[in-house]
Write a protein that binds this ligand. Structure first.
Ligand SMILES: [Zn+2]
Ligand SMILES: [Zn+2]
Length: 140
Protein backbone atom coordinates (compact mmCIF):
# COMPACT_ATOMS: atom_id res chain seq x y z
CA UNK A 1 0.00 0.00 0.00
CA UNK A 2 1.37 3.37 -1.06
CA UNK A 3 0.58 6.69 0.55
CA UNK A 4 0.96 10.17 -0.86
CA UNK A 5 1.03 13.43 1.07
CA UNK A 6 -2.43 14.94 1.16
CA UNK A 7 -3.55 18.50 1.76
CA UNK A 8 -6.32 18.72 4.36
CA UNK A 9 -8.26 21.69 5.71
CA UNK A 10 -8.20 22.37 9.43
CA UNK A 11 -11.67 22.32 10.98
CA UNK A 12 -10.67 24.96 13.52
CA UNK A 13 -8.63 27.65 11.77
CA UNK A 14 -9.53 26.71 8.18
CA UNK A 15 -5.90 26.61 7.22
CA UNK A 16 -4.42 23.89 5.08
CA UNK A 17 -2.06 21.35 6.51
CA UNK A 18 -0.28 18.31 5.14
CA UNK A 19 -1.37 14.81 6.11
CA UNK A 20 1.93 13.19 5.29
CA UNK A 21 2.37 9.75 3.84
CA UNK A 22 4.09 8.75 7.04
CA UNK A 23 1.14 9.87 9.12
CA UNK A 24 -1.26 8.09 6.80
CA UNK A 25 0.74 4.94 7.23
CA UNK A 26 0.54 5.41 11.00
CA UNK A 27 -3.24 5.89 10.81
CA UNK A 28 -3.59 2.89 8.54
CA UNK A 29 -1.48 0.82 10.88
CA UNK A 30 -3.63 1.82 13.86
CA UNK A 31 -6.79 1.29 11.80
CA UNK A 32 -7.97 4.82 12.43
CA UNK A 33 -10.93 5.42 10.16
CA UNK A 34 -10.99 9.22 10.24
CA UNK A 35 -8.60 11.67 8.69
CA UNK A 36 -7.13 14.19 11.10
CA UNK A 37 -9.45 17.18 11.35
CA UNK A 38 -7.07 19.80 12.67
CA UNK A 39 -3.63 21.12 12.02
CA UNK A 40 -1.05 20.43 14.67
CA UNK A 41 -1.16 23.85 16.40
CA UNK A 42 -4.96 23.68 16.74
CA UNK A 43 -4.81 20.10 17.94
CA UNK A 44 -2.33 21.08 20.62
CA UNK A 45 -4.43 24.07 21.61
CA UNK A 46 -7.53 21.92 21.96
CA UNK A 47 -5.95 19.08 23.86
CA UNK A 48 -4.04 21.46 26.07
CA UNK A 49 -0.77 19.78 25.37
CA UNK A 50 1.94 22.25 24.57
CA UNK A 51 4.73 20.89 22.44
CA UNK A 52 7.04 22.93 24.60
CA UNK A 53 6.74 22.72 28.35
CA UNK A 54 4.83 25.44 30.17
CA UNK A 55 3.07 27.07 27.23
CA UNK A 56 1.18 29.74 29.13
CA UNK A 57 -2.48 30.38 29.90
CA UNK A 58 -4.04 27.64 27.76
CA UNK A 59 -2.24 24.95 29.70
CA UNK A 60 -2.97 26.67 32.99
CA UNK A 61 -6.68 26.72 32.19
CA UNK A 62 -6.74 22.95 32.27
CA UNK A 63 -5.83 22.72 35.91
CA UNK A 64 -8.09 19.75 36.44
CA UNK A 65 -6.95 16.30 35.44
CA UNK A 66 -9.51 15.99 32.64
CA UNK A 67 -7.92 16.46 29.24
CA UNK A 68 -9.89 16.98 26.07
CA UNK A 69 -8.80 14.78 23.20
CA UNK A 70 -10.05 12.74 20.30
CA UNK A 71 -10.77 9.03 20.50
CA UNK A 72 -8.23 7.14 18.42
CA UNK A 73 -10.73 4.46 17.49
CA UNK A 74 -13.94 6.28 16.56
CA UNK A 75 -12.72 9.89 16.40
CA UNK A 76 -15.30 11.49 18.69
CA UNK A 77 -14.25 14.13 21.16
CA UNK A 78 -13.83 12.84 24.66
CA UNK A 79 -12.14 13.67 27.94
CA UNK A 80 -9.64 11.49 29.72
CA UNK A 81 -8.53 11.67 33.35
CA UNK A 82 -4.87 11.78 32.42
CA UNK A 83 -2.51 13.53 30.04
CA UNK A 84 -2.29 11.56 26.83
CA UNK A 85 1.21 10.85 25.64
CA UNK A 86 2.03 12.18 22.19
CA UNK A 87 1.50 9.48 19.61
CA UNK A 88 -0.24 7.17 22.04
CA UNK A 89 -3.81 6.16 21.12
CA UNK A 90 -6.52 7.45 23.43
CA UNK A 91 -9.90 5.78 23.63
CA UNK A 92 -13.27 7.20 24.57
CA UNK A 93 -15.18 5.50 27.36
CA UNK A 94 -17.12 3.27 24.98
CA UNK A 95 -14.19 2.10 22.91
CA UNK A 96 -12.17 1.63 26.06
CA UNK A 97 -14.92 -0.47 27.62
CA UNK A 98 -15.31 -2.65 24.55
CA UNK A 99 -11.60 -3.45 24.68
CA UNK A 100 -11.46 -4.22 28.35
CA UNK A 101 -10.81 -7.55 29.92
CA UNK A 102 -13.90 -9.76 30.28
CA UNK A 103 -13.71 -9.63 34.09
CA UNK A 104 -14.68 -5.96 34.13
CA UNK A 105 -17.27 -6.64 31.46
CA UNK A 106 -18.93 -9.18 33.74
CA UNK A 107 -19.35 -6.51 36.40
CA UNK A 108 -21.01 -4.20 33.92
CA UNK A 109 -23.29 -6.99 32.76
CA UNK A 110 -24.28 -7.81 36.32
CA UNK A 111 -25.12 -4.19 37.03
CA UNK A 112 -27.13 -3.92 33.83
CA UNK A 113 -29.05 -7.10 34.63
CA UNK A 114 -29.85 -5.86 38.11
CA UNK A 115 -31.14 -2.68 36.57
CA UNK A 116 -33.40 -4.65 34.25
CA UNK A 117 -34.70 -6.85 37.05
CA UNK A 118 -35.60 -3.77 39.02
CA UNK A 119 -37.95 -2.95 36.17
CA UNK A 120 -37.02 0.68 35.79
CA UNK A 121 -38.67 0.96 32.40
CA UNK A 122 -38.07 0.16 28.75
CA UNK A 123 -35.51 2.92 28.33
CA UNK A 124 -33.28 1.47 30.99
CA UNK A 125 -33.59 -2.00 29.56
CA UNK A 126 -32.43 -0.76 26.21
CA UNK A 127 -29.41 0.89 27.79
CA UNK A 128 -28.70 -2.29 29.71
CA UNK A 129 -28.81 -4.37 26.55
CA UNK A 130 -26.45 -1.97 24.87
CA UNK A 131 -24.04 -2.19 27.78
CA UNK A 132 -24.10 -5.95 27.60
CA UNK A 133 -23.33 -5.90 23.89
CA UNK A 134 -20.39 -3.62 24.55
CA UNK A 135 -19.21 -5.76 27.42
CA UNK A 136 -19.40 -8.98 25.42
CA UNK A 137 -17.74 -7.59 22.31
CA UNK A 138 -14.74 -9.70 21.43
CA UNK A 139 -11.36 -8.21 22.08
CA UNK A 140 -9.66 -6.78 19.04
ZN1 LIG B 1 -5.75 24.83 12.55
ZN1 LIG C 1 -14.25 5.91 20.65
Amino acid sequence: MEFLDRLLTCADCGGEFIFTAGEQLFFFDKQFKNDPKRCKPCKCKRSGIGLKAGTGPAAAGLSRTETRTECSACGIETTVPFKPTQGRPVLCRQCFQSKRAPTTGALVTAAATADMVAGTGAEHSAVGAELMVAAQAPQA
